[in-house]
Ligand binder design. Structure first.
Ligand SMILES: [Zn+2]
Length: 371
């Protein structure tokens, strides 16, 4: 597993480089081909190609009378947040039972786990009762614009969705809840004027921005898991001109669909505060929340299987979204955080705990064969 993880980490695949992601995709596809899987590339113009892997390829030969309707969808992504050349600054290395390198945790470790889960089933001669589709997408780290449709299409055909995103915390908790997330832009228009000669003729867009930011902060409700945070403020042109334009970027998160809708309604109702100012809102939530009711049954099955395998898994809430948010919103049972155990996702210290890799592969194999 470590050898494969090393090869995967060294083959850099930042979301914004289609050639790099495609190159990595071919490397991953080759691994599946040697395991007798059926590979389909879903070609994309700007993003990397998505990879759809069906295993076992020959369903008739594998699945007998116990076959169950509805496939199992396993979700993962090929892209990472690390730009090309990062591998020189943070080379793949193993130290004290941990592997470090760009993307080892989020989520090349998960891709390795999937391959070894399938190996385990093949060696044991265990036949899954459902068709299994592994969908490795290319743009998860930039909100899955090109992959959302195919993810939802596959999910509708699925009895369950297993997401190989990193586990929660170094104890390997599964993610049974995820906040819905999004970004909104507030575009503010005022009126320019000379700050010294005729300040009264102006409408100060930066002043309006500040008032709006203060008002937006009141939408926060940490107890309910609602966070609304102005994160980028831009405005003004010259030090002696009343600014005519300003722009505020707002990070949005909510734990339930009902709260997401409530925040969306409140954002739509935003009105200018200063006389003469105008405001327009763009964007909003891009991923709905993954609520626990979508994951509860799968989680209890997974924790029983883990116990039989000799370890335990807890559960946790993730403040960030994943592609599991899309599938859960469709009402398809979804369990997330089944990937590698480690810490430091998206940081220069990204790392995975090696002893957990075989455990996670065993847990995934057990889920694939019992669902
Ligand atoms: Zn990820």
């Amino acid at each position: 597993m470590v050898r494969l993880l090393k090869r995967f980490a060294r083959c850099e695949s930042p979301t914004d480089s289609k050639p790099a992601v495609d190159h990595f995709g071919r490397m991953v596809a080759e691994e599946w081909r040697t395991r007798g899987a059926k590979i389909e590339y879903l070609p994309q113009k700007r993003e990397g190609n998505h990879l759809r892997i069906t295993w076992p390829a020959d369903r008739a030969r594998w699945v007998g009378i116990s076959a169950r309707a509805g496939q199992i969808l396993v979700l993962g992504h090929l892209d990472t947040v690390y730009s090309l050349g990062t591998i020189k600054k943070m080379p793949f290395r193993v130290r004290q039972g941990r592997a470090f390198g760009p993307g080892v945790f989020d989520m090349k470790g998960g891709l390795v786990i999937a391959l070894f889960a399938v190996d385990a089933l093949a060696h044991a001669g265990w036949r899954p009762r459902r068709q299994i589709v592994f969908l490795w997408t290319s743009d998860e780290e930039t909100a899955s614009k090109s992959s959302r449709e195919v993810i939802e299409q596959e999910a509708r055909r699925s009895a369950a969705v297993l997401v190989l995103e990193p586990a929660g915390g170094p104890r390997g908790q599964l993610k049974t809840r995820r906040k819905g997330t999004g970004t909104a832009e507030l575009l503010i228009t005022g009126r320019a004027a000379h700050a010294g000669l005729d300040p009264g003729a102006g409408v100060n867009a930066v002043h309006e921005l500040a008032l709006q930011a203060a008002r937006l902060m009141r939408l926060n409700n940490p107890r309910r898991g609602i966070t609304v945070n102005p994160t980028i403020a831009q405005g003004g042109t010259r030090s002696n001109v009343i600014p005519a334009e300003a722009r505020l970027t707002i990070d949005l998160r909510a734990e339930t669909v009902a709260d997401m809708r409530r925040i969306e309604r409140k954002l739509k109702m935003l009105r200018p505060i200063l006389p003469g100012a105008r405001v327009a809102l763009e964007g909003g939530f891009s991923r709905p929340p993954l609520e626990r009711r979508a994951s509860a049954a799968l989680f209890s099955q997974a924790s029983k299987l883990a116990e039989q395998l000799g370890f335990s898994v807890g559960e946790s809430l993730a403040g960030g979204g994943s592609d599991g948010n899309f599938t859960a919103a469709l009402g398809v049972p979804t369990l997330d955080g089944l990937g590698a155990v480690g810490e430091g996702a998206h940081s220069p210290d990204e790392q995975v705990i090696l002893s957990a890799l075989p455990q996670r592969a065993a847990l995934l194999a057990a889920l694939l064969v019992t669902l």
